[in-house]
Structures are given as structure tokens and as C-alpha cells.
Design a protein around this ligand. Structure first.
Ligand code: 2NE
Length: 270
């Protein structure tokens, strides 16, 4: 595939192909563990992908074929978080998780190799996951003195059920791609050499669909789980649709023209 670079980064690749943006962690020497900088770069790329009108689907992945992401880089974990070049400890991956949920375009995790710890949570919060046969999934928090009780626990439980989610966190076992498929943790398993072409084929199917319908569906799936923030996202999309109507435009035009609005011609649907 003829990927073109959208922006150069130090710890990720950010590329574009045919309506698809690909954000790829580029630290294969540590199984794509993330530092605060990796996450800052991913966040910026995610925002750029959101703003780019040519992008209709986003792939999240890791370079090297051996790991999607192994979570926070333990070598920079300090007192209170992961420490970046500015010496400030952070857990900025939590903001990235929110961004993945909020971006109104489907995000697909393309997983080869390890999706472990905070890296596992990243694939969990993506809208869908396509796994290579060599994919391995699991949480490690209670082994390494950490946990993600946010989406990493509560949303995982929505995906695989309470019993399985508790098993995943309490035992810290590793699960292969078939296990993951069986428990509904991934959408599809393919041979490693077919991973990218399959993910792109899924994206191309998505790109044929109505972008507003996809946007509303993503917000609707989120709304139930995200409480008031979920309702805000869905309601914001309803406002967007309303702004497109002549009825809403009549209100704005009347204000600008310093006259009373005339809403009488608009239907009062049953
Ligand atoms: C992923 C796993 C099971 C792979 O094992 P293996 O044996 O295939 O590879 P190996 O030798 O462990 O890893 C290769 C190199 O990558 C580094 C290793 O230290 C090793 O380096 P060298 O010895 O070759 O120099 N590496 C791998 N993962 C790393 C990491 N996360 N940080 C720094 N270096 C890493 C095995 O590597 C593994 O268990 N990795 C650790 C997984 C883990 O515990 N991640 C953190 C969970 S906590 C978290 O992510 C988190 C959170 O809980 C809450 C908020 C934010 C983050």
C-alpha cells in the first residue's frame, strides 16, 4: 500500500492512504511501549486525523509485527506517572483513550503480536480490532504495580463480560488470538501477512457508508456507557444535524435580520 506521511514524528508514524489515516507506535525495540512523548504524538495525530476531511477511518497499530503495544514504558515510570523530557510525571494515555472514543470516525486497532497492559486497553477502546494469528492479549497491572480501573476495567467488562474481565485482571494470563475471538475481544483473526490488507478492506467498506450515520452510531454506542458526557456527545451531533435544517437557519437568519422568526411553515412531526 502506498502510504504517504502526513507528519513526521519521533516515536510514531502518521500516514495516509485512500481516506484512511494510520497512527503507528514506532518503538519496536520495547514492543512499542509508550512514553509521554509517544502519547502526545499519538494525541496530536488523532486530532489531525479528526480534523482532516479526507479521513474517514483511522487505524491504530504498532510497527514491527511483534507488538501492537506493551503499555507504559516502565523505564520512564516515576513517582506518580510516566516521566517525559520535561521531568513531569503523567498518565496522558488516559486522555488518548478518551480521544479514541470521542473522535467521530471509526478507529480500528490492527494488532500483531503483544497487546499488553496499557497497550491492551488501547485496543479495547478502539471501535473494532483485527488481530493477526500471532496476537497475544492481556493485562499485567497487578504484576507490575499498576491498574486501569477506567475503560481498562469497566469498558472491558462491557466487551467480554464481568467474569472474564475480572479473570483477565486478577490472573494476568495471556490470551491468544483465537481465545480473544471467542470472548468477543476482537472482531477477526487473520494470518499476519493478511493483517494490513484485511484492515484496509474493512476501512474501505466503512468509507462507502454514510459518514453522518457512522458518526451518530458511534456517539449512540458511547452514550449509554459515558453518562452525561455520552449524552453531550450524542446531543452535540443532534445539534449538528439541526443546524443543517432550514428550520434552525430560520432562527439564525431572523436574529441577524432583526425580525421575528417564522417557524410556522416547519412540520410538527407526530
Ligand atoms: C510483552 C511481554 C510479555 C513480551 O515478553 P517477551 O519475552 O517477548 O519480550 P521482552 O524480552 O520482555 O521484551 C523485549 C524488550 O522490550 C522491553 C523489554 O524490557 C525488553 O527489553 P531488553 O531486555 O531487550 O532491553 N519491554 C517490553 N515491554 C516493556 C515496557 N512496557 N516498558 C519498557 N520496556 C519494555 C513483556 O515484554 C512484558 O510483560 N512487558 C511489560 C508489560 C507491562 O507490564 N506493561 C505495563 C503495564 S502498566 C500500563 O501500561 C499502564 C497502566 O496500567 C495504567 C496507566 C498507564 C499505563
Amino acid at each position: 500500500f502506498n502510504w504517504t506521511t502526513l507528519k513526521e514524528y519521533k516515536e510514531i508514524l502518521f500516514q495516509y492512504y485512500n481516506g484512511i489515516a494510520k497512527i503507528s507506535i514506532n518503538r519496536p525495540q520495547v514492543h512499542n511501549a509508550f512514553t509521554p512523548r509517544t502519547v502526545t504524538e499519538m494525541s496530536e495525530a488523532m486530532e489531525l486525523a479528526r480534523q482532516n476531511e479526507n479521513v474517514g477511518a483511522i487505524i491504530l497499530t504498532g510497527e514491527g509485527g511483534k507488538a501492537f503495544c506493551s503499555g507504559g514504558d516502565q523505564s520512564v515510570r516515576g513517582h506518580g506517572g510516566y516521566v517525559g523530557e520535561d521531568t513531569v510525571p503523567r498518565l496522558n494515555v488516559l486522555d488518548l483513550q478518551m480521544q479514541i472514543r470521542r473522535v467521530p470516525k471509526p478507529v480500528i486497532a490492527m494488532v500483531a503480536g503483544w497487546a499488553i497492559g496499557g497497550g491492551h486497553v488501547l485496543h479495547v477502546v478502539c471501535d473494532m480490532t483485527i488481530a493477526a494469528e500471532n496476537a497475544r492479549f492481556g493485562q499485567t497491572g497487578p504484576n507490575v504495580g499498576s491498574f486501569d480501573g477506567g475503560f481498562g476495567a469497566s469498558y472491558l467488562a462491557r466487551v467480554v463480560g464481568q467474569k472474564k474481565a475480572r479473570e483477565i485482571w486478577f490472573l494476568c494470563d495471556q490470551y491468544d488470538a483465537q481465545d480473544a475471538l471467542q470472548m468477543g475481544l476482537v472482531n477477526k483473526v487473520v494470518p499476519l501477512e493478511q493483517l494490513e490488507e484485511t484492515t484496509i478492506a474493512w476501512c474501505e467498506k466503512i468509507l462507502q457508508k454514510s459518514p453522518l450515520a457512522l458518526r451518530m452510531l458511534k456517539a449512540s454506542f458511547n452514550a449509554e456507557l459515558d453518562g452525561q458526557a455520552g449524552i453531550q456527545q450524542l446531543a452535540g451531533d443532534a445539534t449538528l444535524l439541526y443546524y443543517l435544517s432550514e428550520e434552525a437557519k430560520e432562527g439564525k437568519n431572523a436574529f441577524l435580520e432583526k425580525r421575528k422568526p417564522d417557524f410556522s411553515k416547519f412540520p410538527k412531526f407526530p
